[in-house]
Design a protein around this ligand. Structure first.
Ligand SMILES: [Zn+2]
Length: 595
């Protein structure tokens, strides 16, 4: 008996209704009970999303006759066939009005979808090829990582279900730019307009591709597609096997300070084609789309991707050494502000991502640490430690290369213990204390210790709002400034306490959601006013009266100001670097010491 053939049609010809009309045609389906199962999550976004909530009007015909459909679970339907081989046609509709890189969006301007929103797994045919035909409004084109069938513009083929779900589609009148590296076509599909310089973007993407290719020694795909959404939303991305979707604000491309974030996003998502899409623990592919999959290694998958994203921007000469070190300093500052760094380890942060990082609450900074942020910093420290121990012969990139050669290139996941073993093999020594302290433990990262290998150290200072920008003195000072220990935000014109840090003086007195009104009886209406009243008019140890509305009732509490954490962190060279320190700096950052 031949294997069934599986063919989806995605009809988006009535985009104003935000509904895809889906048809799944199955030929040669053998006799028996059958299931249609829609994923509850999509890889890269570790959150149960229950895409089936948008699905409606499901009908099944077997050999042209309507049959009874059994709703077996929230995301699963069943039907029976009685002939030895049957033709089955499944029709259903999916509402699509969630913009976002993980999302599913159909409107008058385009169709964008991730396969997990639309494509059923038929029985357990995971390794069977799936075909997709797109029916689009006149004048629309399709960009996706999937291969075309016979070069037809609207027909695509995935070798298996995992690749089908790993290939988002952008369909519309988007701009399509291209460049080639190693004779491989790279398409850039841009939906939306803003203050981007498309030619600059193309140049920078090519530089990123080349720098990362050089790090791994080749490009493991036939073609690559960047899907770029410019809208009024924030920054985010999702990685795929030979494509990525990145979303940015329309106006994220100027000034340079904002564009640096765009470059880091693009570099991060591209680096993922190796790290996590090919180099990954066993749990991260092939996937179970029906439930959470647990790994302790997301710090290596996401944090190290962040680390190499910025480092390869440096290697591509898109970031200067100063820009690179400023990103590192900002990360150190952010990490040292989070009380959660003493509570949650990186391994736990990874394992619990489904219920913590992807479901944050007001108290998250006190109890959790991001595996992106700390993972990036651990990557920095581990790279420097490896370079130091191997006398500058190997760095963390060698760990990734070996994992790629042994597992990623063969499309197999590794057991979790392999990560530390490979680090120890490259470093030719034990890294047990390093892993115990910084990965499974919550010991604070001693940045000075690791940066000293490269002749660098950390300077922690404090900004004062009364600094005179025209004066020549330093923009910050060594003396801490007073603080309340809360992070406030302006919400619809109201000053609201967002986070109350457990190591701050107001932790047990102010609550998230309190609407701050006055300090010592004087009204504060903006973040700046609040900061000025605390920092300019008071000293550490002073007690101030904070007035606020809590659930609509006027309240007031005294708070004794303590010292704020540093908010002006810089990486600076040590005074008299040794030749070893300079050599390590130069190989690590691919830049002369004096640059
Ligand atoms: Zn990522």
């Amino acid at each position: 008996m031949s294997a069934p053939t599986l063919h989806f049609t995605v009809d988006c010809r009535q985009p104003g209704y935000h509904v895809y009309h889906m048809t799944l045609t199955i030929e040669h389906l053998p006799k028996g009970k059958h299931t249609l199962t829609l994923p509850v999550w999509t890889p890269g976004a570790y959150k149960i999303e229950d895409f089936a909530r948008h699905l409606f009007d499901l009908q099944v015909e077997v050999n042209r006759q309507p049959v009874e459909v059994h709703h077996l679970a929230k995301n699963q339907w069943g039907f029976d066939t009685f002939a030895e081989e049957s033709q089955v046609v499944v029709r259903y509709k999916v509402y699509a009005y969630e913009l976002g890189t993980h999302g599913n969006h159909l409107d008058q301007t385009h169709a964008y979808f991730n396969g997990a929103h639309l494509f059923f797994l038929v029985d357990d045919y995971k390794s069977t090829p799936y075909e997709v035909a797109i029916a689009a409004p006149a004048g629309w084109q399709v960009s996706t990582g999937l291969d075309r069938v016979d070069n037809q513009p609207f027909r695509f083929r995935a070798p298996d279900y995992d690749v089908l779900l790993d290939s988002p589609f952008e369909i519309g009148t988007h701009r399509l730019l291209t460049f080639t590296v190693d004779e491989k076509l790279h398409e850039v599909a841009i939906w939306g307009h803003g203050n981007e310089d498309a030619q600059q973007l193309l140049h920078d993407l090519e530089a990123i591709v080349k720098a990362q290719r050089d790090l791994f020694g080749g490009l493991p795909y036939d073609h690559y597609t960047f899907i770029l959404h410019l809208s009024d939303r924030g920054t985010g991305g999702l990685e795929h096997l030979n494509s990525t979707t990145c979303g940015t604000s329309r106006f994220a491309y100027k000034p340079r300070k904002n564009y640096r974030r765009v470059l880091r996003l693009l570099s991060h998502e591209f680096f993922h084609l190796w790290n996590v899409k090919r180099i990954h623990p066993e749990m991260l592919g092939p996937f179970d789309y029906n439930r959470e999959v647990y790994t302790h290694l997301l710090w290596a998958m996401e944090g190290f991707t962040d680390y190499f994203a910025t480092l390869t921007l440096r290697y591509a000469n898109l970031f200067s050494v100063k820009e690179y070190l400023n990103v590192l300093a900002d990360n150190i500052e952010a990490y040292e502000k989070k009380p959660g760094r003493y509570v949650q380890s990186l391994a736990e942060s990874s394992f619990d991502t489904w219920i913590k990082l992807y479901k944050p609450d007001d108290d998250s900074p006190n109890r959790t640490i991001s595996y992106y942020l700390k993972g990036d910093l651990v990557g920095t420290c581990l790279d420097l430690e490896l370079r130091h121990r191997t006398h500058n012969r190997y760095g963390l990139d060698e760990v990734l290369r070996r994992l790629y050669q042994r597992y990623g290139a063969h499309n197999i996941g590794f057991p979790e213990s392999v990560y530390q073993e490979t680090v120890e093999e490259v470093g030719a020594s034990s890294f047990q204390p390093f892993f115990d302290q910084y990965i499974t433990g919550t010991a604070p990262l001693p940045f000075e210790h690791f940066l000293n290998y490269a002749g660098l150290t950390v300077e922690r200072r404090y900004k004062r709002p009364d600094h005179d920008e025209d004066a020549t003195e330093q923009s910050s000072q060594e003396n801490p400034v007073p603080w309340l220990g809360i992070e406030a935000e302006l919400r619809e014109g109201q000053l609201i306490a967002k986070h109350c840090y457990t190591d701050g003086p107001a932790a047990s007195r102010l609550n998230p959601g309190d609407r701050i009104l006055a300090i010592n009886g004087y009204q504060v209406t903006t973040l700046e006013e609040l900061q000025h009243r605390i920092v300019l008019d008071h000293h550490i140890g002073d007690t101030v009266e904070v007035a606020f509305f809590r659930r609509g009732k006027l309240e007031s509490v005294p708070v004794t100001l303590s010292a704020a954490p540093p908010d002006d962190v810089k990486i600076v060279p040590v005074k008299e670097p040794t030749p070893d320190q300079m050599a390590l700096f130069e190989t690590w950052l691919k830049s002369p010491w004096n640059s």
